[in-house]
Design a protein. Sequence first.
Length: 356
Amino acid sequence: MFIIDAHLDLSMNAMEWNRDLRLPVTTIRTLEKGMKDKPDREKSTVSFPELRKGNIGIVVATQIARYVKPGSLIPGWNSPEQAWAQTQGQLAWYKAMEEAGELFQITDAQQLKSHYELWNDGTSNDQKAIGYVLSLEGADSIVDISYLERAHQYGLSAIGPAHYGPGRYANGTDATGKMGQMGLDLLKEMERLNFILDATHLCDDAFWQALDHFSGPVWASHNNCRTFVNHNRQYSDEQILALISRGAVIGGALDAWMIVPGWQRGVSTPKGMNCGLEKVVEHADHICQLAGNAGHIGIGSDLDGAFGTEQSPFDLDTISDLQKMVAMFAAKGYSAADLELIFHKNWLNFLYKAWA
């Protein structure tokens, strides 16, 4: 099955974790033996060879750099300008990978169609460039609204206004409060430039406000269901129904604490919590039951989003194991047509409409 993954922090892994994603995952793990600076050292799951092995030919790849005030417990950069510079370093890495033939940036419907056809032309995908749609996770690095035009020119397609905690434009996970004028101005300019609004990470107050003030395309790149994990990072059924009404696609995330309740970071284990890929399918199935169809779900794995196999489903060793989920959905009664929707066509159809 051809797979589109709607959320991967590729540049963060390359630039901050110093991982050469052209290498096999096994090699990256070996190179990290004995390293303790990150909790997921020796446990990575994502590399270009593993994406190709899993027939994951298109990804939504992020830029990410948070601004934080002095004394914050959340890591980040001390000024918006520093955060912007960090995203531009990440952009330079994406461009270098394009020049190396590893990646191909997709910014319009024709490129999307051509790249999908290339990956499904019956020839080996072992050496093909992986298509990427560029997204910004958290808008803190947008120094002021004028920078959106620059980002649009280099091919940025989607923006999530918030990440963790309070943000310059919107409050995110574990924070509360509506957007101020800066956030509303951001939404207005995003709509003018036809950016996709990524609702992921918006706190509840900002979520409802954003839907009220933004009329453009909306998706949720990596979110699960509050029904199963009662935390503000997840969506309530009411929020899911609101997204469905807007034609959104919601990508299932594979971070264990978002999959099963009661997860204790650094203490719990995937096997001990019975956190397998089947649980991810349960979240997705719940959204389908609310929608009455399979037209609003997809994969948005967030793999290697500052976690590795220590906090991924126990039956996933690398990202190529996303293919295991095809049989799991089929076992729940999803048809062949449904499976195509879930694993790539929902994202394709969304982008074709957004870029029409």
